[in-house]
Design a protein around this ligand. Structure first.
Ligand code: UDP
Ligand code: MG
Length: 318
């Protein structure tokens, strides 16, 4: 038997997209020894029924249902922990990641690469301002975290060795794109065209993207904290200069420049203090989350043993 390839896909309210996805994958992977781990991330529609039906008719399909919507990152983790293959491919179930790239990724893995990342060749559906803003933000973000938010995708293949390393990371709010970079290992990239969504709508809102960016930053770098310190120091230097000038004028009996200065100082200082507190708060929130150490997902049902089980806590975390 050739080596087993696991394909892990998170599914959230994909409806008929589930059947489409499984069909495409079986086509693309015909002749390969593969399993399909479909994680239902608490869908409110009939996604889980569809997964069960598919699992009943095809033993290579396995379903895991989470007890509620835990978000894509947690669903991915659940899938990765349930995958049994010698290599694992993580892919979106909305067919935006072209399954046709998987055979090429598998070949690279057979050539000895441990991590094969798919990077975007094109960029779909964004205006000029969005692109420019995205580019600037991405440059800053990549510089700080070494994670390319814009061109990188979650579509990647991990060897068993790399996956085991990844699963050893104990972080609660994991950030797959970042952590799968952080682990290192012999890696390569492959260019893919990201398709437009087939059916349904993207679940990313500005808010969830902002959260993802903040999570990525706070879990990969403490640079924002240092930035607060640096700005604080700059203000200190400014304070000495301005203070000296004010004192000298006062001693000479001259008038100190009045109201506008006070207002400006208040505004600038107030803003900075609040931002600084916010930055500290973000890190504090992360610490709080990690310390609580709740399981990152709960399984309600699995397709092959249809009785309720509760797991999700890692062995190392017990
Ligand atoms: N997804 C999930 N849980 C969520 C949101 C999304 O499992 O809470 C899945 C979704 O089914 C899809 C993938 O994550 O397979 C990517 O979601 P989406 O297409 O909404 O994001 P985008 O492609 O816009 O990044
Ligand atoms: Mg999508």
């Amino acid at each position: 038997m050739s080596r087993l390839i696991s394909v892990v896909a998170p599914i959230y309210n994909e409806g008929p997209g589930v059947d489409r996805f499984v069909e495409r994958l079986s086509q693309v992977l015909r002749g390969e020894n593969f399993e399909l781990v479909l994680v239902d991330d608490g869908s409110a529609d009939d996604s889980w029924e569809r997964i069960c039906k598919l699992a009943a008719s095809d033993e290579r399909v396995r379903g895991v249902q989470l007890s509620r919507n835990f978000g894509k990152e947690s669903a991915l983790l659940a899938g990765l922990e349930h995958a049994e293959g010698d290599a694992v491919v993580v892919i979106d179930s909305d067919l935006q990641h072209p399954p046709s790239a998987i055979p090429a990724m598998v070949r690279l893995w057979q050539d000895g690469f441990q991590v094969v990342e798919a990077v975007k060749r094109n960029r779909t559906g964004q205006g000029l301002i969005g692109r420019l803003g995205g580019k600037l933000f991405n440059r800053a973000f990549t510089g700080l975290t070494h994670v390319d938010l814009v061109n990188a995708t979650d579509f990647r293949l991990l060897s068993r060795t790399a996956l085991d390393a990844l699963l050893r990371l104990p972080e609660h709010s994991s950030f797959f794109r970042g952590t799968s970079n952080w682990i290192g290992f012999r890696r390569t990239t492959i260019e893919v065209d990201i398709d437009h969504r087939e059916g349904g709508a993207s679940r990313w809102t500005f808010r969830s993207l902002f959260r993802l960016a903040v999570n990525g930053l706070t879990s990969f770098t403490s640079a924002p904290l240092h930035l607060v310190t640096m700005v604080g120091l700059a203000f200190a230097a400014f304070a000495v200069l301005l203070g000296a000038q004010t004192l000298i004028r006062w001693v000479r009996g001259g008038s100190v420049a009045g109201f506008p200065t006070v207002i400006l100082l208040l505004l600038v200082l107030g803003t900075f203090i609040l931002l600084g507190l916010g930055v500290i708060g973000e890190y504090l929130a992360r610490i709080h989350e990690e310390v609580r150490a709740r399981p990152r997902y709960l399984v309600q049902e699995k397709s092959e043993t249809p009785k309720p089980v509760v797991i999700g806590q890692r062995a190392e975390r017990s």
